[in-house]
Design a protein around this ligand. Structure first.
Ligand code: FAD
Length: 338
């Protein structure tokens, strides 16, 4: 890897498939590394995972560190932390990115605290830039950008001295680039050395719950907010989604009120979506909600308040009571004479 500045990505995988969030981070890492004239490395831990290295290379990695060991499946905090921390200490990456997933959120703080590095969770943007502080100029730092203080500010967080500069990013926040099957890279095999205590925890059983909706892949989404009023009335959102052939989503207020389950939540602490059409019904348009849907190609907003912030980003604005507007839309779409 030489002396160049390296951007590392921790690769998550399940059933022989790299998680989308890791591929999205490889795309972003490639962009950052090109800006730094550096290299991208992928950290691939598990058992029977070596063939995934090629996919990481096609998505932008120059080097893939592969630690393939029976003790590395399924994921356990201590063995993974042992391998990742040893590698970070040895190779000193400039930047380390992980998915803001249950695994990434577990592993990232372990690595950060062992390496005395800073860590910003749930970044919504990552850029390279300079920083002036106390008369000193720090060049080409990682700007770790995310909403803070309840969304009242967008904070740019930097980590000038202690590296790696670490960040986690939620799935869907970064764009996934197309793979380039002509790319080539280097695979470095890592022989993990565990200590007895690393293996103290034994996994006796695992059960995975598969998602019941696919918001990220949906091209049409109909989302309901607190303005829908009740779980029963949320049927209107399902009806409109059915007519439009789309998925059902919700604001956090609607989820918190029990109208629909959390996996339907869009926003900073939900899913980030980029559908062709997003219909926001009874959603005010708080910054945390917008962070998850403002990249939609077309946004229709239905709200009884003409000053609702959602109208600032909507392409089509319907001021009215959703209890009247949605049935009228459904009738029109079904071709009813009414
Ligand atoms: P409200 O803000 O209560 O808005 C309801 C809207 O419905 C109003 O605009 C009202 O005019 C309209 N309305 C009422 N009745 C009708 C009617 N009959 N017809 C038409 N319109 C009507 N929120 C998210 O959505 N996703 C997140 O991921 C998320 N993460 C967060 C993370 C943090 C750290 C914090 C602090 C907050 C987060 N929030 C998130 C919450 C966010 O700040 C808002 O509170 C939430 O988005 C509000 O949801 P809402 O728009 O449905 O409700």
């Amino acid at each position: 890897m030489g002396e160049c500045r390296e951007v590392w990505v921790f690769i998550e995988h399940q059933d022989g498939r790299i998680a989308d969030v890791s591929l999205e981070l490889l795309t972003k890492a490639r962009e950052l590394a090109d800006r730094l004239q550096g290299a991208v490395a992928a950290l691939l831990l598990g058992h029977g995972v070596a063939e995934l290295a090629e996919i990481a290379i096609h998505h932008g990695a120059d080097v893939v560190f592969v630690a393939d060991h029976p003790e590395l499946t399924p994921y356990r905090t201590l063995p993974y932390a042992r391998v990742a921390i040893e590698l970070v200490r040895e190779y000193k990456p400039y930047i380390l990115l992980l998915g803001a997933t249950p695994v990434g959120r577990d592993l990232a703080p372990r690595i950060a605290s062992a390496c005395w590095a800073g860590l910003t969770a749930d970044c919504t943007a990552l850029q390279i830039g300079d920083v002036q502080r106390s008369g000193e100029t720090y060049t080409e730092l990682l700007y770790q950008i995310r909403p803070a203080f309840g969304g009242n500010v967008i904070a740019t967080i930097v980590n000038p001295e202690m590296h790696p500069q670490m960040a986690t990013v939620r799935e869907g926040v970064m764009q996934l680039g197309a793979p380039d099957p002509t790319r080539s890279g280097e695979v470095l095999t890592v022989e993990p050395q565990f200590e007895e205590g690393d293996l103290a925890l034994q996994v006796v059983d695992r059960s995975l719950r598969l998602p019941t909706c696919d918001l990220k892949g949906a091209s049409v989404i109909v989302a309901g907010g607190a303005g829908v009023g009740s779980k029963e009335n949320f049927g209107l959102i399902y009806d409109l989604a059915e007519v439009l052939g789309g998925e059902v989503a919700a604001s956090r207020a609607a989820v918190d009120a029990g109208f629909v389950s959390h996996e339907h939540q869009v926003g900073q602490t939900g899913t980030t979506v980029r559908p062709r059409l997003y219909v926001a019904c009874g959603i005010s348009g708080a910054v945390q909600h917008r962070a998850g849907m403002d990249q939609s190609s077309k946004i229709i907003a239905i709200n009884s308040d003409p000053n609702a912030p959602i109208f600032q980003i909507a392409h089509y604005k319907i001021v009215g009571d959703l209890n009247e507007v949605i049935p009228a839309m459904i009738d029109a779409l079904r071709g009813s004479p009414e």
